[in-house]
Design a protein. Structure first.
Length: 59
């Protein structure tokens, strides 16, 4: 009975959608610091060349 219904305008929904889309694009170009450190941890050095955890040579 004590519920409050808030109506959201179309322009407000569109603004929120555009912000979500922009954040997703930004994160795909500049990944958060946590995922960068995870990727660095997956690289291992063995001798004169480095290999990724999946075995690809990183020369």
């Amino acid at each position: 009975m004590g519920e409050i219904i808030r109506f959201v305008t179309k322009s407000e929904r569109e603004r929120a959608r555009l912000i979500r889309e922009a954040r997703a694009i930004y994160d795909s170009i500049f990944p958060p610091a946590d995922s960068v450190s995870e990727k660095q941890n997956k690289v291992r050095v063995s001798g004169p060349s480095a290999h990724r955890s999946d075995g690809v040579l990183l020369s």
